[in-house]
Design a protein around this ligand. Structure first.
Ligand SMILES: Cc1ncc(COP(=O)(O)O)c(C=O)c1O
Length: 392
């Protein structure tokens, strides 16, 4: 019997081995943060060529920790209350809210249509005397010119925070994304480059930052970096409880070891979809594809598309058509985040011009990109439906 066509956003990402490893931890009855988390953190930091990594319970928690660190009283160089932080209009909710939660002043800026992220020029144009931080989101495996941007920000004494929740494994000019910033954060939520169900990580460059992060992650105590004090209840900083479980750390580690395989397979699938679309006799430039910036070795997450301007009126019926034909889709991040209801109640500073973020919201959507090779007849069916936009 032919299998029914179905193209979900999220595939079943756990291997039998992931589950066996998790079961071993569960059966040991020690599931809370301990040796497996440490093992993951050491491996993760080493592979990314970063000094330290800490695992947390989500990418959102990692962003919160990043801003809590950079504003922390124990940090010599820090952001102060009301310092301005530039944030792209195409961002995730928890890229944005930790800025406010940590007492800083966000200023939304527009993005570039090619990378969905602010270009060097956009950042330069928006920097003022008040700007003390910039958070960049590396969207769906792509990025801006990180080296040029970092240089500019360093020259001006501005901190770079890299929200790399969507781009684990991408390298720009031979350097992993997430390692350009003062801190870099990652998400292992379901359907990302790797997944532990829920989970995330933060990487930093100094022992002092590492100690602050350890304390902030767990109640403000020092026991996670000061083994002598394990049994003491020494509270040295403010605290949250953002710890992961060893149960999730062991899955994250097992998945992370397969990241290169996932990366290759996704690149293969992406290429095959684009090739099939462009070879079709119904191809009439219905879409613009998301191309890697020069110098990028991408680790894709999802398959974003921008609908051709001429077809934009069909977007709503097209997405309904895809749903009816078992193709899941979703917006690119959250579109132009400044238009979301949660922002309307506040008076945040903006450039008031989000031409490109608006276009991404208006024209954009994304579909899944599986970590297993897609069969050509599935690709054919997928592409046939995508190209059918012209006939709706
Ligand atoms: C850019 C970005 N930042 C932060 C997050 C939050 O990560 P998590 O879902 O692990 O909390 C996401 C989630 O998809 C994201 O896309």
């Amino acid at each position: 019997m032919p299998t029914k066509f179905n193209y979900p956003l999220l595939e079943n990402a756990f291997s039998n081995d992931d589950i066996d490893k998790a079961m071993q931890v569960l059966k040991s009855r020690y599931i809370t943060m301990s040796k497996k988390t440490k093992e993951f953190e050491k491996y993760f930091a080493k592979k990314l060529n970063s000094k330290h990594a800490l695992m947390v319970n989500s990418g959102s928690s990692a962003v919160l920790l990043a801003f809590a660190l950079l504003t922390n009283i124990k940090r010599k160089r820090r952001l102060k209350k009301n310092d301005e932080v530039l944030v792209p209009a195409v961002c995730w909710s928890t890229t944005f809210w930790p800025i406010v939660q940590c007492g800083l002043k966000p200023k939304f800026i527009d993005v570039d249509l090619k990378t969905y992220s602010p270009s060097y020029e956009i950042i330069k144009k928006n920097i003022s005397k008040k700007t003390k931080g910039v958070v960049l989101v590396n969207v769906l495996g792509n990025c801006s010119e990180m080296d040029k941007i970092k240089k500019l920000l360093d020259k001006k004494g501005i901190m770079l925070i890299e929200d790399n929740c969507e781009s684990l494994g991408s390298k720009y000019k031979n350097k992993y994304l997430g390692t350009y910033g003062e801190v870099g954060v990652f998400s292992f939520y379901y359907s990302h480059q790797i997944t532990s169900g829920e989970g995330g990580a933060i990487i930093c460059k100094s022992n002092d930052d590492y100690k602050i992060l350890c304390a902030l992650r767990a109640h403000g105590w020092d026991r996670d970096y000061n083994q002598k004090n394990r049994s003491k209840f020494n509270f040295v900083n403010q605290g949250f409880n953002l710890r992961p479980l060893d149960l999730t750390a062991v899955i994250a580690l097992n998945q992370f070891k397969r990241l290169n395989l996932f990366k290759k397979t996704r690149a293969f699938n992406r290429k095959a979809i684009i090739k099939t679309i462009k070879k079709s006799n119904t191809w009439n430039n219905q879409f613009n594809f998301f191309e890697p910036i020069k110098g990028l070795d991408p680790s894709w997450f999802g398959f974003p598309l921008l609908i051709n301007d001429k077809l934009v009126n069909k977007k709503k019926s097209f997405l309904q058509y895809l749903k009816k034909n078992k193709i899941d889709s979703r917006p690119i991040i959250s579109g132009n985040f400044t238009k979301q209801e949660c922002i309307k109640n506040h008076k945040f500073k903006t450039t008031n011009n989000f031409k490109e973020a608006d276009r991404i919201e208006k024209l954009g959507f994304f579909i899944g990109l599986p970590t297993k090779k897609i069969k050509q007849n599935t690709i054919n069916e997928l592409c046939r439906h995508l190209l059918n936009i012209s006939n709706l």
